[in-house]
Design a binder for this molecule. Structure first.
Ligand code: ATP
Length: 255
């Protein structure tokens, strides 16, 4: 459903993403993990089309993002780490606007009521977005992502700032979408959540893929049977750091 091949993206002299390849199948939740600055957000922003990669190919549901941008984008929903919504729309208008942009206004009415209830936005539906708290803005971004029948979900630290009930609703919705055949890529630092939620994880470091697999596969790679994802993550990233595999400066890396 989502296929990324040899992705490169640099900012001045920093190679944020350095030859990354990954795939997410339909019916799979994949965790995108990595230390601060590993390149997770840049990867997600390239996939959803906010950033133009320097090189590499992104295929979404069979559409090449570089050549069939609209078809590819129509299949995707992005929950950003820091939402930047339209402040002067009401909550309801904002969700409606997103549904209109994606051509899903027909199903909007039935879907919005459920989303407003689930994410505790009902009381705020006629308030301006500008008046929302940080967590409510995050919930609005979540509701916008879920209103337009996407097949590929890209979530950048989606749980940050959201209250426990909202986190529970978001995780169950992602699991439901996975079970319906959607492909979901979630970046997070919450490794206990990743362990429970994700079918597989990808660990990034310095723009590269350091490791990939199920918890059992990563335990084998780290030679740490019965360890938690957090323990395995710490071992693998520390080992790579000690081995000097964290240089991401353009001047010192491959391409
Ligand atoms: P975090 O876990 O802290 O959110 P991340 O894994 O999401 O980190 P990115 O935000 O993708 O990492 O950043 C990767 C690298 O690219 C970092 O060195 C960062 O400083 C750099 N970078 C990201 N965006 C920009 C930008 N707009 N301009 C310059 N450098 C950037």
């Amino acid at each position: 459903m989502l296929e990324v091949t040899n992705l490169y993206k640099s900012f001045r002299n920093v190679r944020a993403v350095n030859g990354l390849s990954l795939h997410v199948q339909a019916g799979e939740i994949v965790g995108l993990l990595g230390p601060n600055g590993a390149g997770k957000t840049t990867t997600l922003r390239c996939i959803c089309g906010i950033l133009r990669p320097d090189a590499g190919q992104i295929i979404v549901g069979g559409y090449d993002l570089a050549k069939q941008e609209q078809q590819a984008k129509r299949l995707m929903a992005f929950i950003p780490e820091t939402p930047n919504p339209y402040e002067l729309l009401t909550v309801r208008e904002h969700i409606q606007f997103v549904a209109m942009c994606y051509g899903t206004i027909d199903t909007f009415r039935e879907r919005i009521e459920e989303l407003l209830q689930r994410f505790d936005l009902k009381e705020k539906e006629h308030e301006l977005v500008a008046t929302l708290s940080k967590g409510m803005r995050q919930k609005l971004a979540v509701a916008c992502a879920f209103v337009h029948n996407a097949k590929v979900f890209l979530c950048d630290e989606p749980l940050i700032g959201i209250d426990p009930k909202g986190q529970h609703e978001l995780k169950s919705e992602l699991q439901r979408l996975r079970d319906e055949g959607c492909a979901i890529l979630v970046s997070t630092h919450q490794l206990d959540t990743a362990e429970r939620l994700c079918d597989r994880v990808i660990i990034m470091q310095a723009g590269r893929k350091l490791a990939e697999g199920t918890l059992a596969e990563l335990q084998t790679q780290a030679q740490m049977a019965d360890s938690t994802l957090e323990q395995v993550f710490l071992r693998l990233t520390e080992e790579a750091k000690d081995a000097g595999a964290v240089v991401s400066d353009v001047a010192t890396s491959g391409q």
